[in-house]
Design a protein around this ligand. Structure first.
Ligand code: B16
Ligand code: MG
Length: 214
């Protein structure tokens, strides 16, 4: 087998919560009158909540106080969590569930490496709480992607070295983080469209070929 472990990003890889991030930021941006579209949204993938807000406000001529920014980030998170509340195990696609099960059955150690502080809520909603061998997320890191901290912590929890792990990402910032940490990176979605990975996948199940399982 080519790797001993795989570290999966969550939003945009395991489930489509990236779309909910977009809708919640869009609602906030429309309320305050700042231009926001999917091109800007792609820059927020993998980036922490407060850094995402800074990107959205970067060309906006209003200088908000730190307290106002904290309030806006909290408002977005409330909107986002309202969308998350509608999620159920049906939001985990058959393709992702079956691929994860086959990777595990082949003996790979599997972890989550996500910038999101909502990771425990999301994993619970889609029926994957306590399923992964390790979860490293926005609650246990001090620097978000493109810093490799979240992936290095995940590899440490799996007791594997980066050279033995594959990172799976949809974000350019996440692909950079994986490479900065010394990991091989497989990309899906936006990051694959940019050719940012060592492997750029059209489907999640192609991971079975990348790992030389199926
Ligand atoms: P939260 P990932 C990231 O998750 C998202 O891609 C990014 O859009 C979001 O701002 C970040 O989590 C923080 O999320 O506000 O829920 O703490 O892609 O690293 O799984
Ligand atoms: Mg992501």
């Amino acid at each position: 087998m080519k790797y001993k472990g795989i570290i999966f990003d969550l939003d945009g890889v395991i489930c489509s919560t990236d779309e909910y991030h977009y809708r919640a930021w869009k609602q906030l941006a429309d309320r305050i009158g700042v231009p926001f579209d999917r091109t800007v949204n792609n820059r927020l993938r993998g980036v922490s909540r407060m850094e995402s807000l800074e990107i959205i406000l970067e060309k906006f001529p209003v200088a908000y106080s730190e307290a106002e920014k904290q309030a806006m980030a909290a408002e977005k998170n409330e909107l986002y969590r309202t969308l998350l509340a509608q999620m159920s195990p049906r939001d985990l696609s058959d393709e992702v569930r079956e691929t994860l099960e086959r990777l595990r059955a082949a003996g790979l150690r599997l972890a989550i490496g996500s910038s999101s502080k909502n990771t425990p809520l999301i994993l619970g909603s889609i029926g994957l709480d306590n399923w992964f061998d390790a979860v490293s997320d926005g609650n246990n890191i001090t620097r978000s992607k493109p810093d490799p901290e979240v992936f290095l912590k995940a590899a440490g929890m799996l007791q594997l070295s980066p050279a033995d792990c594959l990172v799976v990402e949809d974000a350019l910032s996440g692909a950079q983080a994986g490479h900065a940490g010394g990991f091989a990176v497989a990309c899906v979605g936006d990051a694959a469209d940019h050719g940012a990975g060592d492997y750029n996948l059209k489907t999640f199940r192609e991971l079975l070929q990348v790992t030389e399982i199926g």
